[in-house]
Ligand binder design. Sequence first.
Ligand SMILES: [Zn+2]
Ligand SMILES: [Zn+2]
Length: 264
Amino acid sequence: MRFGILGSGSSGNSALLLTDGTRVLIDAGFSARKLDALLGGMSLSLNQIDAIFLTHEHGDHTAALEGLRRHPHIQIFANAPTAHCLQHDLKYRPSWQIFETGALFHFKDLEIEAFPVPHDAQEPVGFRFSSGHPDDLFSPSRSLVWLTDLGHAPLNIRDRIRDCDALVVEANHCPHLLQADPKRPWSTKQRISGRHGHLSNEAMRELLDSVASPRWRRIFLTHLSRDCNSLQAVEDSLAPLKQKLACQFFVVEPGMGTPLLSLD
Ligand SMILES: [Zn+2]
Ligand SMILES: [Zn+2]
């Protein structure tokens, strides 16, 4: 399994997941043209992408959809409320593949579980992607969990993230920088920091600290707010975790991505 983040933050989120038999994107929050260019940086193009898995309908996760009209071979996985909401604004019908939130399903050599997350959207989900076989030395089982856009992490989410090799989790804002931000009205600040908003650095730290799985090898901190967070604030929150967890941390700067990394 190989994984790389194409871009992250409120201006757009998307990541690439590769296995021996599958090339998929998780979310598609850039124009199709930009997504194609970002994939070009990894020696790929949209023509080679099999499917896109959507977490929820917000534009920073779905902006590519209208432009994907020119790439009809790409299957778009979403639950029914998300697909219905997105279809309303589209001038064509993508190749929807509807999944049930909470169910386990397969696409090629991937096993996927979509689990509910608390966020202000129709039916937002996180994903757990697994591939390979536990007893196969050449293709060992690997799992990645994608967890962004959630206001808090209830117990079912804590259980979901324990058993994975790589974890993508949001570190959206620093509460002090959010409160001091002159651009956002009070109501927006309430929404961001609310139970159906986004995880703060401190909420991310508490979540990782409470689960602290020995299986984790790579943790990606994503969806950082450009105005209401900083790399330093995220690093400060991570410092105590780095003492406790023997894994690699990647703090993804807003608007930036990561290289393509092997999860084996
Ligand atoms: Zn988002
Ligand atoms: Zn969102």
